[in-house]
Write a protein that binds this ligand. Structure first.
Ligand SMILES: NC(=O)c1ccc[n+]([C@@H]2O[C@H](COP(=O)([O-])OP(=O)(O)OC[C@H]3O[C@@H](n4cnc5c(N)ncnc54)[C@H](OP(=O)(O)O)[C@@H]3O)[C@@H](O)[C@H]2O)c1
Length: 344
């Protein structure tokens, strides 16, 4: 099969389209014929082996042990192991592969049955592949770590990013009043995603302390500056951004909470099929939808990662594989996106 393979750490130049063997299957696994994948920030961190800690976590200090990246997958069941009960060949499925070895940048991937969920019926494979990692992170960051309640005011930093574009919609679905923070030229999209108020990163640190919760997917400035716009007793959830700030909160969150009078915590997303099923249900009911900015073919995974690293993307980037429809650089052309925005 064809796959985008990485044998060393570095820039997108280390990624090469190659012929490799199909992945082995076990009794509990499902061989998925990949129709689409998507790219997110974690892909380029793994590609670069940066921060270095990732090399310890994923087991390749000098060279990557994970040679085929890609943590979001949507495709069709090709074959099932003898113990698999829930799926049969031909079923359309999607999954977060973060805790099952990655490998979505390929024509086939072997996935534990427990990680798979039937694809939302109203999404294309490319759209569905943009949901798992970003949607689950947004859901768990707001609902579980952030304990968001209906009627509360939430500030979402990086609202035009992958996680942020889902977070805006999920926070609205949970009954919150949403302020989205993003680059000025992306503000219109964030408004259309449902934000009640939109501002840029400078404005966000000059607000009165009026927010109950901050979901920070773009922590590229002092966390203490963000805490100042939270009400006393408010909650700050670190999702990602610059690594020094991420590790500051991960390691010193309790101390920062004591010093600031706000609760400071980090998200560590836990992929699971129950939450992915909840996202599927919301998508099928039209409560949330993936905002797909553009789609690339498998051989252009390096370009897709480059575009994301360069902050050119609004929402998500999909990778189409095999016969899935390919729409080059079509801004917001995904059907779910177009139909949802057309309702405005
Ligand atoms: N903790 C977890 O379990 C978990 C799970 C998923 C992701 N993450 C992390 O969360 C972060 C967001 O992920 P994502 O998939 O949403 O990423 P993404 O799609 O690349 O979005 C990141 C957003 O940050 C904004 N941003 C603001 N200042 C920036 C700067 N100086 N450099 C780069 N971007 C900047 C971007 O700009 P604009 O305002 O211009 O759009 C972009 O919208 C990443 O660090 C990722 O590794 C963590």
């Amino acid at each position: 099969m064809k796959a985008v393979v990485q044998r060393e750490y570095g820039s997108a130049d280390v990624l090469h389209l190659q012929e490799v063997d199909r992945p082995p299957m076990s009794a509990n696994s499902v061989l998925v014929r990949v129709r689409a994948a998507s790219v997110h920030a974690g892909d380029w961190h793994l590609m670069r082996g940066d921060p270095f800690l990732l090399r310890f976590i994923y087991g390749g200090i000098h060279r990557p042990k994970i040679t085929i990246l890609g943590s979001d997958v949507a495709g069709e069941v090709d074959a099932v192991g003898q113990a698999v009960r829930q799926f049969k060949p031909g079923d359309p499925v999607f999954a977060d592969l973060t805790e099952c070895g990655f490998g979505a940048f390929a024509e086939y991937v072997s996935v534990p049955e427990s990680a798979l969920v039937l694809k939302p019926e109203n999404l294309t494979f490319a759209e569905a592949a943009t949901v798992p990692v970003s949607g689950l992170s947004a859901l768990q960051g707001l609902r579980d770590v952030g304990q968001l309640q209906a009627g509360e005011r939430v500030l979402i930093k990086g609202a035009a990013g992958g996680v942020g574009s889902f977070a805006v919609q999920i926070a609205k679905a949970l009954g919150a009043e949403v302020t989205g923070v993003c680059s000025p030229h992306k503000q219109e999209v964030v408004r259309k995603l449902g934000a009640d108020e939109v501002m840029d990163y400078d404005q966000a640190v000059h607000q009165a302390p009026r927010f109950d919760l901050i979901l920070d997917t773009a922590a590229y400035r002092s966390v203490f500056a963000s805490l100042a716009v939270l009400k006393p007793g408010g909650r700050y959830v670190m999702v990602g951004g610059a690594m020094p700030y991420f590790f500051q909160v991960l390691l010193l969150g309790s101390l920062m909470s004591a010093l600031s009078g706000r609760r400071v915590k980090s998200l560590v997303c836990q992929p699971n099929s129950k939450d992915l099923t909840l996202l599927k249900d919301w998508i099928e009911r039209g409560t949330i939808y993936p905002y797909v900015d553009r789609t690339y073919p498998l051989e252009q995974v390096p370009d897709a990662i480059h575009a994301l690293e360069q902050r050119q993307v609004c929402g998500k980037v999909a990778i189409s594989i095999g016969s899935a429809p390919y729409s080059p650089l079509c801004q917001g052309h995904a059907s779910a996106t177009a139909s949802h925005l057309a309702r405005d």
